[in-house]
Design a protein around this ligand. Structure first.
Ligand code: PEP
Ligand code: MN
Length: 508
């Protein structure tokens, strides 16, 4: 393939489809609950169905956490990513915890994402879109439904191993390794809503108060003292100095006043989570028309303006629990419940693609969730593992291109690079992460495609969960501050490291 645009192939939705009703005809048999007729991978069994329904009815009445206008804006920005005009940074905790819903953690997450984006923007000379794994990233798919608590453990004082159900995320069961805490509790779904709402509210509050104002960069401690190697530290400092100089210069020439009112002093942060708990997602899925009425007052007094969102998209549904949700590598079966749910919402969506994803499988999936080939509707998040990119990526890129889809290619260099240390600690090595990231950039470039997105599990806290990086974190240090409830995250320093790697990639 040569990078030339191909027309959509074997689909009824084509270039001349009208921008209204008929375009969505493929969705006539979809409802927010039509997934219930399909097989649900990673399903959760609740004993108390009455309680579950009570909780879900309540969630169904609660207001959305995000706005239709915000979702539409994200769609627009992801379309720009798909066209190579914008770069996507998605990141945050593997599993958010209800206990982490505090100002310091939320602000540290925002800070690291903003600092990473600053470095990437500087390197890529491209605007950026930030999507946080925040305000709802509670549900976790698990490779195994059970886990073992070893003998003579604080939670298993017996002499034999204890088998218990796995932790499924704070919205399902408790992390404490006991049989009782691992029983799915429906009220956790409601708690997830309120913790998401509190997190979203704090994000809006601090960003609204100028937390991200670039002119306060000096307060962002980019001193780089943690960088062990002198050459690398000098390298980083060069970038930070160049950045600071550019901002100073704008202040000097009087661009300052202008920038304070524009994108330099305000910042957008979209929220995202894995769309795993379909009961929850269903109840936060709302038709655009009722949302439009909420926004525009009594429809009897005021009719929608021609060309407004509501008149253009009859029967359109938005998931108002998040701007963006993604389909996990374990729940992307073409005929499964998750794909059925995802195909019906207007939010942009992510699809994780691990080493088992075959080109044919991917195109069948895209045919279902993006039959109209909408630029940037789908973010394809590849996570093969270092050393596997070369063989796996090219066929997928070719298949997507030949099928006429315009996706955002995004690299998650975390999930294919997890290993367990001899003493049983789940970790990831910084060199493997950088290796996957670098090969992904290179393979795309080689075949005339473009990587315009990255996806990390990272935290603004100085945890010790991944090995290596400019601070050269050692195996022996892992236990010092290992706090993740699920997968190991890049800490604050390692997160900046990967941002510099990306910036350097564009410098070449
Ligand atoms: C995740 O993003 O935390 C995750 C479980 O990813 P994947 O579905 O790619 O394994
Ligand atoms: Mn994870």
């Amino acid at each position: 393939s040569n990078g030339v645009a191909h027309p959509p192939s074997s689909t009824t939705a084509s270039l001349d489809a009208p921008a209204n009703g008929a375009k969505h005809s493929s969705k006539v048999d979809w409802t927010p609950s039509s997934w219930r007729t399909k097989t649900v991978a990673q399903d959760v069994h609740y004993d108390d169905k009455e309680k579950l329904n009570e909780v879900l009815d309540k969630i169904g009445k609660l207001p959305g956490l995000v706005g239709v206008g915000e979702i539409e804006k994200l769609r627009q920005q992801l379309a720009e990513c798909a066209e190579g005009k914008r770069f996507l940074l998605q990141g945050g905790d593997c599993a958010e915890r209800f206990d982490d819903c505090e100002e310091s953690h939320i602000q540290n997450q925002l800070k690291v994402l903003l600092q990473m984006s600053l470095v990437i923007i500087w390197g890529a000379r491209m605007p950026l879109v930030r999507i946080a794994r925040m305000a709802g990233q509670y549900a976790k798919p698990r490779s195994s439904p059970i886990e073992t608590v070893p003998p003579n453990h604080p939670y298993n004082p017996t002499a034999v191993p204890l088998t218990i159900p796995s932790f499924r995320g704070d919205n399902i069961n408790g992390p404490t390794p006991t049989l009782t805490s691992r029983v799915p509790d429906p009220s956790r779904l409601l708690q997830a809503y309120f913790h998401s709402a509190a997190t979203m509210n704090h994000i809006r509050t601090v960003l609204g108060e100028g937390f991200a104002d670039l002119h306060r960069l000096e307060g962002w401690d980019l001193g780089m003292e943690y960088v062990v190697e002198e050459g690398l530290r000098a390298d980083y400092r060069r970038v930070v100095t160049a950045l600071t100089d550019a901002l100073d210069f704008m202040g000097t020439v009087g661009a300052d006043d202008l920038t304070r009112q524009s994108s330099l002093s305000t910042v957008e942060m979209y929220i995202s989570h894995e769309g795993l708990s379909l009961e929850y997602e269903e109840r936060l899925t709302r038709p655009a028309t009722s949302r439009f009425r909420e926004l525009n007052g009594d429809p009897r007094k005021r009719s929608p303006a021609p060309g407004s969102a509501a008149t253009q998209q009859p029967g359109t549904f938005y998931n108002l629990g998040s701007h963006f949700i993604w389909l996990g590598d374990r729940t992307r079966q073409v005929d499964g419940a998750h794909v059925e749910y995802f195909r019906g919402i207007r939010n942009p969506i992510g699809i994780k693609a691990g080493p088992s994803m075959k080109p044919k499988e991917l195109t069948s999936l895209l045919e279902v969730v993006d039959p109209d080939r909408e630029t940037g509707r789908v973010v394809l998040i590849t996570r093969f593992g270092a050393g596997k990119v070369e063989g796996a990526l090219e066929p997928l890129v070719e298949a997507v291109r030949d099928g006429g889809w315009k996706v955002v290619w995004c690299c998650d260099p975390m999930h294919g690079n997890t290993h367990t240390t001899p003493s049983g600690i789940k970790t990831r090595s910084y060199p493997a992460i950088v290796s996957e990231l670098t090969s992904t950039f290179e393979v795309h470039r080689k075949i005339g495609s473009r990587l315009t997105g990255v996806h990390f599990e990272c935290t603004g806290d100085s945890v010790t969960e991944c090995l290596g990086g400019s601070m050269d974190l050692q195996v022996a240090q892992l236990e010092e501050r290992y706090e993740t409830a699920c997968d190991p995250r890049l800490n604050y320093e390692q997160s900046l490291d990967v941002a510099f790697v990306i910036a350097k990639h564009f410098e070449r």
